[in-house]
Design a protein around this ligand. Sequence first.
Ligand code: PMP
Length: 424
Amino acid sequence: MRDLQQHSARPHQTRLREVTMTTPTISTTRLASRASELKGSVIDASTALLASQTHDIVRFAMGAPNDELIPTEDFGRILGTAAEGRFGYGASEGEADLVDQIVRYQASRGIETSPERIVVTTGGMQGLDIAFKMLVDPGDGVIVECPTYTNGIGTALSYQASVIEAPMDENGLVVEALPDLVENFGKTPKAIYTIPNFQNPSGTTMSRERRELLLELAEKWDAYIVDDDPYGALRFEGDEVPGFLELSPGNPRVIQVRTFSKTLAPGLRVGWMELDPSLRDIAVNAKPAMDTCTSVPMQKVVSDYLAEGKLDEHIDWLRSIYRERKEAMTQALAERFGDDILSTDPDGGFFLWIDLQGKYSGIDTEELFPLALRHGVAYIPGPAFTDSGSQRHSLRLCFATSSPERIREGVERLGTALDEFAEQ
Ligand code: PMP
């Protein structure tokens, strides 16, 4: 994998991003300055674009488990009976039985925690929102991986953070590069936003050595690590790399953002944060102004599902499916493209990342996108995962949602689009 950072001038709007911008019908001069930082989601835009297409499309764009991988029958059963009496308001910190199950679930993965460290959130997104709300004053520096999760950058920007993009390679964030970036920025960052396992979008995992170095730098800079890990439980190959809190137990600088969106279902909107008790109290205080509490029936669905002991088995099943799909994709890519692409080879999660090279070098993946769609394949262009608009010759593919057969078909369609574009 190439050093993933390629610079270009900002400000920049991707074409998909433009879809999310509407022309104001009244003057916006009376809006708060932060309103102009609310960029909308490229992911939502791509979903809307795909929904408007009537021909067959292999969908490598969205990162969500598809319906056949969601235990809907169990959810329906729990909602139909056990959730009775659970339709009122709940506690801001989350329902006690779910918090209890989260503690047990983490213990089963070798992670020691306690209820005083947990707050239930409305998906991982709310965890990110609370984290940046707690940390960022306008102009504060937030280091982000480049490329990184679009809505992660969006959330930091919504609090008027100054985003500092840092390079990635096959071992995740290039932590060694951070001191120079911080020196150029001129002040120490408030936070480092990282997705250490099977990163979205690159699929890479941060090495243990880099995790240790990042902990040291956070200490030196008096900064927080916002550790966003929706995919960590979905390892299908290789050895576990210890998490930040396993390397530094109880470290108050580590704010963990977690979710059941990828291991169970995104529509549940149930996640949690795990953080130092003093910070956790502030996170709980943020909830009433946001959503009062996370949906109580949906918390019940998750806590009962966990109490029935079904999650481990479900995750094992998902891992075997995702392993097969990832192999189908890497194999099809190698056969179809050879050295004309550089692809990551993730040990888990949903995504892999492609740099175009050889006969495809110089192709802009945003410009390619409409042609790919016409040929019946969808992906997310690289710039969508940046603040700067870099990564123009790269793209993200999600292997998690299609069967191996559809994956092979989609890779073939991508090849047809790339060949046609290269010949123009
Ligand atoms: N962080 C990352 C890295 C993600 O990929 C996602 C979901 N795509 C989220 C956070 C948000 O998770 P949720 O859907 O639970 O809000």
